[in-house]
Design a protein around this ligand. Structure first.
Ligand code: UD1
Ligand code: UDP
Length: 376
């Protein structure tokens, strides 16, 4: 029996790893252990509860306003004892968080094979998103199994010289998670408040946007909402106190926006599906909204998810107040422009990614010593 540690330490990692964990638990050839570094606390356990699961180990590293040094050093010092105790045959990490990178690094130091779920997403700008682009490129050097969600992410890995035999196109596990969330008869008090008005769905948390960029984002949103009485915005706010301070300063007192606590993933998908428009700097939401034909203004300079941009559903607007203001306003006032973006598309998978990954993990041998990158 192969012992696999599955790491999921932040909200999006758990949303995308939970269906994989549930699938792997069904497999007789796999002993699957769920662990979290504890980078997130409340936001992680909210997802666990929604899926009815609980980490077997939690390194509990989170502290208020943690910086990248805090996260990196506290995980690295605890991961060694954890991995030496559990002795996994393989560790599965997800995406691009600092937990993901540091757990992969710890595995490399202990010569434990690593599998990377959601491999090959790239902007090729290590400062955008920051530090995520560096994190996922770093994991890409280490990992022996690369589960790429799309052909494009596979091509990125091949162009980097990754050994072809390590790459599997599986689809994104978020589509597996989404299969059971959106319901026709869903209702929520916030949706009743929105009533027949246009629902504008907002999220924001990116580290490179903290400070002036985030203030500009919020000011632009405030100006548009003030001018459009037919809009109601719902903003489930991230728990980062720095985000909360900025939102309070720029959006406080606006009666067309409800800033609420983080919502359950099932609520989040149902809110997204009923939105007129979404403004976000999140990664995962860029994958989810296109499936519902909901236009997304991505408040970032780059995206690692160009499939949605190519399909017309996502538009990169950066963080400049005037650009966000004019693009948001245009979509509310010009039906033609809105229709151009409201295309339902789902380039990210068929909802069977978890089965494919579990099949591969059950069927293949793990070889820590095989070169993972062929050319440099
Ligand atoms: C992290 C990831 C980011 C991912 C995001 C998903 C890094 C560097 N960043 O960013 O890639 O997109 O998670 O949401 O890996 N906090 C709580 N409770 C929680 C979670 C966070 O109070 O459950 C507060 C804490 O004060 C914490 C702060 O939020 O210090 C920031 O959390 P952190 O994980 O460092 O950054 P995120 O912006 O969440
Ligand atoms: N999400 C959620 N509740 C919220 C806000 C977001 O469940 O209040 C979900 C959302 O559906 C998506 C994921 O969290 O699946 C995105 O997480 P986040 O924006 O924190 O991180 P990112 O995707 O940018 O790494």
């Amino acid at each position: 029996m192969k012992r696999i540690v599955l790491c999921a330490s932040t909200r999006p990692e758990m949303i995308k790893m939970a269906p994989l964990y549930l699938e792997m638990k069904k497999r007789e050839g796999l002993e699957t252990i769920l662990m979290s570094t504890g980078q997130h606390k409340e936001m992680l356990y909210q997802v666990c509860e929604a899926f009815g699961i609980k980490p077997d180990y939690d390194l509990e590293i989170m502290k208020e306003k943690q910086d990248l040094f805090d996260i990196t050093t506290s995980i690295l010092s605890k991961a060694k004892d954890f991995l030496n105790e559990v002795k996994p045959d393989l560790v599965l990490v997800h995406g691009d968080t600092t937990s993901t990178f540091v757990m992969a690094l710890a595995c490399f130091y202990l010569q434990i094979p690593v599998g990377h779920v959601e491999a090959g997403l790239r902007t090729y700008n290590i400062y955008s998103p920051y530090p995520e682009e560096f994190n996922r490129e770093g994991v890409g050097i280490i990992s022996q199994f690369n589960f790429a969600p799309t052909q494009l992410s596979r091509d990125n890995l091949l162009h980097e010289g990754k050994n072809e035999s390590t790459i599997y196109v599986t689809g994104n596990t978020v589509i597996d998670a989404m299969q059971h969330t959106v319901k026709e008869d869903y209702t929520h008090p916030e949706l009743e408040w929105v009533d027949d008005n246009k629902l504008i769905f907002i999220t924001a948390h990116r580290r490179e946007n903290l400070g002036e960029p985030m203030h500009q984002m919020f000011r632009a949103i405030r100006r548009v909402l003030d001018e459009h009485p037919d809009c109601r915005a719902v903003y489930p706010i991230h728990m980062n106190p720095v985000v909360r301070e900025a939102a309070d300063q720029e959006l406080g007192g606006c009666d067309r926006i409800h800033i609420i606590e983080p919502i359950e993933v099932f609520d989040c998908h149902n809110f997204e599906a009923r939105s007129f428009l979404c403004l976000t700097d999140s990664g995962g939401i860029q994958e989810e909204c296109p499936s519902y034909g909901v236009p997304v203004l991505v408040m970032r300079d780059t995206t690692e998810r160009p499939e949605g941009v190519d399909a017309g559903t996502l538009k990169l607007v950066g963080t400049d107040e005037e650009v966000i203001y004019s693009t948001f306003k245009l979509l509310l006032e010009n039906e033609e422009e809105y229709k151009k973006m409201a295309n339902a598309c789902n380039p990210y998978g068929d909802g069977h990614a978890c089965e494919r990954i579990a099949d591969i993990l059950e069927g293949k041998e793990y070889k820590p010593w095989e070169p993972t990158v062929l050319i440099r």
